[in-house]
Design a protein around this ligand. Structure first.
Ligand code: FES
Ligand SMILES: [Fe+2]
Length: 328
C-alpha cells in the first residue's frame, strides 16, 4: 500500500443518514456513518470494550452506538458515553476511544486518508479539469479477486486489447503494438493505444508514437480515466479491499447532447457497455499470479508493457517515501 494518500474507497451514496456502513478497505474493517450535519465518520469496526462490530449498532446523537453494551463514539472515534457508568459519571473515558481514519468527499466519492494525519494533503485525487457539472454519469461496481495493482495495470495495458476484447473495444485484429507513448507529468500517467494490424511491418517505438485524442490517464493512488471523446469519459476508482481483493467503481460520464435527460439515458446505456468490457477483463485478471504486481518480478515483459513498467516504477518510488508509521 502506498502510504500518505487519499484513497477513493466508496461512493458517497453508500453511506446514508442514520445508517452505519460496515466495509473492508485497505485490509481494515471499517464502520462509516454520518452525523446530523451529514459529516462523515470512519472508525475501526471493533468496539474497544469487548470487540463487537460497531457497524451493527446505530447512529445516536451524532455518535455511533455499539450494539452490545451501548458505548458511544463520535466521528473521530472519541468515546462520549458509557451507559453502564451512568450519566453522572465524570470519569476520563478516553481510553475507550476507537481508532478513526480521516475521510473526505468530492465528486460523489468518499476518500480515506491512509497515512500520518499531519501529512494530510488538501487535494483529493480526481480529474477535476476533465469532469465538471455539465456531465451526468452512471456508476456500476464489481468485486474482483485481485490486488488493486493488477486491476490498475489492466487499464494501462494496450497489449491485451485484441485478445481480451476481441468482440468489443479490441475488434479489428490489431495485434501489432506500436509504442505506446507514455507520459508522466504533474502526477498523471497518460498513454494511448497505437495498435495496428500486422502486415509484416516493424512496430514503432514509443518515441514515434503520439498520445491520441482517445487516451487513458491514471492518478495515484487509484483513479483512472478513459478520455473516449470530449463529451464521453469513463472513470474507474479501484477501492482496495485487502491484498487479494478490489472493488471497481466504474462511471460512464456523458455530456453528448445539450439535453440532460438524454445524456442520462446515454450514460445508463453506457453502464452496460462498461459491464460487458469489465467482465471480459475480470475473467482473465483474477487469474494472474502472484495476486499483486511488483517492479521486480519474474514476469517477462514486452516493449508494449511500457505503461505498466512506468506504473510499477512510480508506485515503488511512492511506497519508499515517506513511510507511514502504521503501514503494515
Ligand atoms: S462491546 Fe461494545 S459496548 Fe461492549
Ligand atoms: Fe481491458
Amino acid at each position: 500500500m502506498i502510504a500518505n494518500q487519499w484513497y477513493a474507497i466508496l461512493p458517497s451514496k453508500a453511506v446514508k443518514a442514520d445508517r452505519i456502513t460496515g466495509v473492508k478497505r485497505m485490509g481494515l474493517d471499517l464502520a462509516l456513518f454520518r452525523n446530523s450535519k451529514g459529516e462523515l465518520g470512519c472508525v475501526v469496526d471493533q468496539c474497544t470494550h469487548r470487540g463487537a462490530a460497531l457497524s451493527l449498532g446505530k447512529v445516536k446523537d451524532d455518535c455511533i452506538q455499539c450494539p452490545f453494551h451501548g458505548l458511544e463514539f463520535n466521528k473521530i472515534g472519541q468515546c462520549t458515553f458509557i451507559p453502564a457508568n451512568g450519566t453522572s459519571s465524570a470519569a476520563d473515558i478516553s481510553r475507550y476511544n476507537v481508532r478513526h481514519y480521516p475521510v473526505r468527499e468530492g465528486n460523489g466519492i468518499i476518500y480515506m486518508w491512509y497515512g500520518d494525519e499531519e501529512k494530510i494533503k488538501q487535494d483529493l485525487p480526481f480529474f477535476d479539469n476533465e469532469i465538471d457539472d455539465s456531465y451526468v454519469f452512471s456508476e456500476v461496481e464489481d468485486h474482483w479477486n485481485s490486488h488493486y495493482s493488477r486491476c490498475i495495470e489492466n487499464q494501462l495495458d494496450v497489449v491485451h486489447l485484441p485478445f481480451v476484447h476481441k468482440s468489443t473495444i479490441g475488434r479489428g485484429n490489431k495485434t501489432l503494438v506500436n509504442g505506446p507513448k507514455v507520459i508522466w507529468e504533474d502526477g498523471i500517467l497518460t498513454t494511448s493505444a497505437n495498435n495496428e494490424q500486422d502486415h509484416g511491418q516493424k512496430p514503432r517505438s514509443p518515441e514515434e508514437c503520439v498520445i491520441k485524442d482517445t487516451h487513458v490517464s491514471f492518478m495515484f493512488p487509484n483513479v483512472w480515466v478513459n478520455h473516449i471523446s470530449e463529451k464521453i469519459k469513463v472513470i474507474i476508482y479501484f477501492a482496495p479491499v485487502d491484498d487479494e481483493n478490489t472493488v471497481l467503481y466504474i462511471r460512464f460520464y456523458c455530456k453528448a447532447t445539450s439535453f440532460r435527460p438524454l445524456n442520462s439515458f446515454i450514460a445508463y446505456i453506457g453502464k452496460f457497455a462498461n459491464i460487458k468490457i469489465e467482465r471480459q477483463d475480470k475473467r482473465i485478471v483474477i487469474t494472474q499470479k502472484p495476486k499483486a504486481s511488483a517492479l521486480r518480478s519474474d514476469e517477462k515483459l514486452l516493449p508494449g508493457d511500457g505503461p505498466i513498467v512506468m506504473y510499477r516504477k512510480i508506485r515503488e518510488d511512492l511506497k519508499k517515501t515517506p513511510p507511514y508509521k502504521e503501514d503494515l
